[in-house]
Write a protein that binds this ligand. Structure first.
Ligand code: HEC
Ligand code: HEC
Ligand code: HEC
Ligand code: HEC
Ligand code: HEC
Ligand code: HEC
Ligand code: HEC
Ligand code: HEC
Ligand code: HEC
Ligand code: HEC
Length: 319
């Protein structure tokens, strides 16, 4: 394993992974004709030098690929190409596309299996199977290209907010459009990206949402730590409900990205004299009688209840 300096794959798991081999393992599950043909020659590696003989440009460029480190790994030294493409002796002979694994031509689950044979122990992949992308057959290769180099490669581009957002927006046009509303997170401006809040690989929270570093709290708190508390007097929904009970996360026509045009309408969705059972429910108490809703002043709830996310001084969230 020496020379294989990877910060994120535990060496023991990496060893087991590298022995089983990415593409070789995916093939053994059977599948398309091409895969079966390739698996017939399962043990026969051609070596990267052979590949370079015919795929010259691509092989030269590979020296600048992050996966070039595989060449320093005992298991793959001299045959790094075949870590993803499977044993290639037969193909090197026939030059037929039928005889080699091309990850983009496989079913998404098989492409993922190749990549995850090495990458699944990274923290970022932890929720992969639960994530919407895996369930909807969006393979790794939908977002990552493997052979481009320089600034145009996904390796370089996906380190930039604007490029990440562009990638996501290509499929999620409706979500991208929400950021064009007047009150929005500065995603179109490039100050943050879709992945500031979502993990594209999946997450245990619904909607692939990131959590705050401290545990099962909404990822919003990574940036809005002042809303975390603990407060002596909490506002129940801030603690118990997602922030999206009151806020649109992407963008909104309403100030403060609220779900409703006016603050009091947000409040009265819970604090109203409605005949709804409240036991174990969400509804807060009804405002005391002096709150006269026909007087405009009282409709501006947060001019008085200024500590709307929680207070350390006042039970009524007034200061
Ligand atoms: C003797 C020449 C030769 C050698 C050696 C060779 N290839 Fe190829 N390879 C080709 C040709 C020609 C094609 C195009 C086949 C086609 O489009 O029908 C090809 C196509 C491919 C494809 C694309 C298949 C597809 O689905 O379109 C991959 C991937 C590939 N080669 C990988 C490799 C790897 C990895 C090695 C080394 C193990 C290798 N090749 C060695 C000639 C070669
Ligand atoms: C980390 C996995 C991985 C490694 C290592 C790898 N490839 Fe690929 N290769 C892919 C994927 C995925 C594709 C599909 C197209 C893409 O994503 O760029 C591909 C596509 C290809 C193609 C098809 C041509 C094309 O541009 O679409 C050839 C030929 C090829 N690879 C050859 C090689 C050779 C030669 C090496 C070693 C120098 C190598 N690959 C190493 C994953 C890999
Ligand atoms: C044989 C093991 C192996 C396989 C298979 C493999 N990778 Fe990798 N991958 C690595 C290693 C090792 C690195 C380099 C890590 C480093 O530089 O710390 C890497 C780096 C990467 C990076 C760059 C990470 C960064 O920080 O910029 C991406 C993206 C990536 N791989 C995606 C893929 C995808 C997609 C596939 C499947 C097509 C794949 N890998 C297949 C071992 C593998
Ligand atoms: C929906 C698009 C998408 C899919 C699908 C996807 N990725 Fe990524 N990946 C990204 C983006 C964007 C980044 C850049 C980091 C970020 O913004 O969080 C990234 C980063 C990475 C990195 C760098 C480490 C890190 O966490 O920053 C690796 C390695 C990686 N992806 C591997 C994979 C593998 C393996 C798969 C398939 C199992 C995959 N990705 C599927 C979009 C995707
Ligand atoms: C190749 C198209 C494609 C790309 C690129 C893509 N997605 Fe998706 N995404 C989908 C599909 C398909 C679904 C599942 C259907 C749906 O919920 O809309 C999905 C679902 C999601 C979901 C909902 C997940 C759930 O569990 O309900 C989120 C959040 C998401 N994507 C975020 C992103 C982000 C962030 C990026 C950019 C890093 C991205 N997507 C890139 C196609 C894509
Ligand atoms: C400030 C954090 C944040 C940012 C930035 C963000 N999202 Fe979201 N996104 C959320 C939250 C929170 C939800 C869950 C909303 C809910 O459950 O009502 C969500 C939901 C989604 C969904 C699922 C919607 C549905 O109805 O199924 C998709 C898809 C999505 N976001 C894509 C994106 C894309 C694409 C971008 C970048 C253009 C992006 N998001 C940027 C926080 C964010
Ligand atoms: C990556 C950091 C980051 C994350 C994560 C984040 N925000 Fe923000 N948010 C900001 C910044 C920076 C601003 C203020 C800058 C601006 O004007 O856009 C802001 C502003 C806001 C505003 C006030 C908008 C206004 O019009 O005054 C609300 C409300 C908000 N965020 C809610 C959320 C919610 C809810 C989440 C989780 C779904 C979240 N934020 C996640 C960085 C973040
Ligand atoms: C009960 C409804 C409600 C919930 C739940 C809620 N907020 Fe708010 N939030 C508001 C209201 C109302 C305002 C506007 C206050 C005003 O009018 O000055 C606001 C304003 C904000 C602002 C901008 C002004 C400021 O105080 O910084 C941010 C940022 C914000 N909320 C983040 C969050 C986050 C993060 C969460 C989840 C932890 C959250 N909110 C949960 C109602 C709520
Ligand atoms: C999602 C439902 C919900 C929304 C929306 C909501 N609240 Fe609450 N609120 C509650 C609950 C539940 C309590 C706790 C009631 C209890 O402990 O009896 C509470 C408590 C309060 C309290 C403290 C009262 C007490 O009895 O301790 C005040 C003041 C308050 N809310 C004001 C507001 C204002 C102003 C808004 C609008 C910005 C608002 N709330 C929006 C559910 C909500
Ligand atoms: C002019 C200032 C003012 C405005 C505007 C206002 N309130 Fe109040 N509210 C108060 C005061 C003062 C109390 C009494 C607090 C106490 O007893 O500690 C109170 C109490 C409450 C309580 C009960 C708190 C408790 O301790 O039992 C709720 C719920 C509440 N308000 C909700 C609202 C809602 C919803 C709005 C907007 C529709 C609103 N308030 C607008 C001043 C205001």
């Amino acid at each position: 394993m020496s020379g294989f300096q990877s910060g994120w794959i535990p060496p023991t798991l990496l060893a087991c992974v590298l022995v089983s081999g990415g593409a070789a393992r995916a093939q053994s599950a059977g599948g398309t004709g091409a895969e079966k043909n390739a698996s017939a020659a399962a043990a026969d590696y051609a070596g990267a030098e052979a590949c370079a003989g015919c795929h010259e440009d691509l092989s030269k460029a590979f020296a600048r690929n992050p996966h070039f480190v595989l060449d320093k790994n005992k298991r793959w030294a001299g045959k790094a190409c075949e870590a993803c493409h499977g044993p290639g002796a037969k193909h090197a002979d026939s030059t037929s596309a039928e005889d080699i694994v091309n990850p983009v031509r496989l079913a998404a689950s098989k492409t993922d299996a190749i990549c995850l044979s090495c990458h699944r122990n990274q923290p970022t992949q932890v929720g992969r199977l639960e994530g919407g992308h895996s369930r909807s057959a969006i393979a790794c290769t939908a977002c990552h290209d493997m052979h481009k180099t320089g600034p145009e490669s996904s390796f370089a581009r996906l380190k930039r907010n604007a490029a990440v957002t562009e990638l996501c927006s290509g499929c999620h046009r409706d979500m991208a459009a929400a950021f064009l509303k007047p009150h929005h997170h500065k995603v179109p401006e490039g100050a943050m990206s879709c992945t500031s809040c979502h993990n594209p690989h999946g997450a245990f929270m619904s909607r692939n949402l990131r959590m705050a570093s401290s545990g099962a709290e909404p990822g919003c708190l990574n940036c809005h730590a002042d809303k975390r508390g603990p407060f002596t007097y909490e506002h129940a929904p801030v603690r118990n409900e997602p922030c999206t009970t009151c806020h649109e996360p992407h963008g909104s026509v309403n100030p403060r990205m609220l779900t409703r045009q006016e603050v009091y309408i947000v409040c009265l969705e819970c604090h109203a004299n409605l005949n709804v059972p409240t036991k174990g429910g969400l509804l807060g108490g009804v405002p005391p009688a002096f709150h006269n809703m026909s007087v405009p002043r009282y409709r501006n709830c947060t001019t008085c209840h200024v500590k709307i996310h929680g207070s350390n001084a006042d039970r009524g969230l007034l200061r």
